[in-house]
Design a protein around this ligand. Sequence first.
Ligand code: GLY
Length: 430
Amino acid sequence: MKVLVVGNGGREHAITWKVAQSPRVDRVFVAPGNAGTNLHGENVDLAVSDIAGLVKFAKQNDIGLTVIGPEVPLCDGIVDVFEAEGLKVFGPDKSAAQLEGSKVFCKNVLRAADVPTADFQEFRDASSAERFINERYSETPEDCPVVVKADGLAAGKGAIVCKTRDDALEAINMIARERQFGDAGNRMIIEDRMSGTEASILAITDGKTILTLPPAEDHKRAHDNDAGPNTGGMGAYCPTPSIDADTLNWVESNVLVPTVHVMKRNRNPFRGILYAGLMLTPQGPKVLEYNVRFGDPECQPMLMRLKTDFVDILEATVDRRLAEIGQLEWDPRPSVCVVMASEGYPGAYEKGKVIRGLDEAAKIDDVVVFHAGTTTNDAGEVVTNGGRVLGVTALGDTVAGAKLQAYKAVKCIRWDGAWCRKDISDKAMI
Ligand code: GLY
């Protein structure tokens, strides 16, 4: 079978690497891919937004299965277009992808499913949102624990956590008056701010059967000890002890199952990766948001551990026969992924720095260097092409062992301005 992977990040490199291991797969194409996906597949010069071009490529090349990595094409309806052409494609359709693409939609599903989440109000204009904040916090302007969220996709920047009334009014201004997130700010929600520890639980579902994946923990802040600005994720490890078996079971029964059930009941079945972003509050886990794809970088350490044939799982999901797969098999060893980034990330950064030491790093036992922001220059050298450049991922007998291997590989790799956090996975060892 020929498989097409859509995307160009570390998540898509990990998907390509895993798909290529299936004995059922002859060739893997990646659109547009990066310098790493080229090692396991063949890059195709088509953007993720070029849905017509991707469909044409899939038909002309007899692609048996297409796997969509990022949320933007899913929310734009790429799955609907592929399916209308009779092509097999993994991911939710446009309507179901609203779980990530619209905060209002997500909140209404959570409410209908009776899934614990923060109380919220929906607003369609700045004035009514400002009136709500001004009235509700008139007595306590310095204590305004809310999150203001643009309804649509905003590249991870559309949820603004507020402490004071002024913070909230500024967030409303950014979203609904300055329109910093464009049409994503046509609607917004204001929800009560929750406190606790954040955790992510992912599952794969065909709309009926749900297979929960082992919990992984992301590291969102730029610097050690969770200091510094928010990023796309500076590293992850899997499994994380912050989610014990009881919590995992509870989330499965009280979050994932009712959500999938309500989507089915609403004739809007969800098929693909359901990623629940949770806050572990003193009152129990509550949903912060849903994503409709693998997390990046969580995908990299997760797929390092998967032993069941990935293509069998993806195809069974598309064919609505996930129940036939049974339990997924995992490598019992934990895995740790350290993201190496460009100087300046998550702010402005330069591209085109030559990366050295990749071959040396790849020789280290149980290490895979997943590429994210990389490309190849005219001289055939691998160069930086993004903020998050590599996800250096390792397995070990213990989390400490996996961390040691990952950082051993990190030490081999260098480019001008390369940096990473030094404490990925330390939370598992406290
Ligand atoms: N690592 C967080 C995300 O993929 O959204």
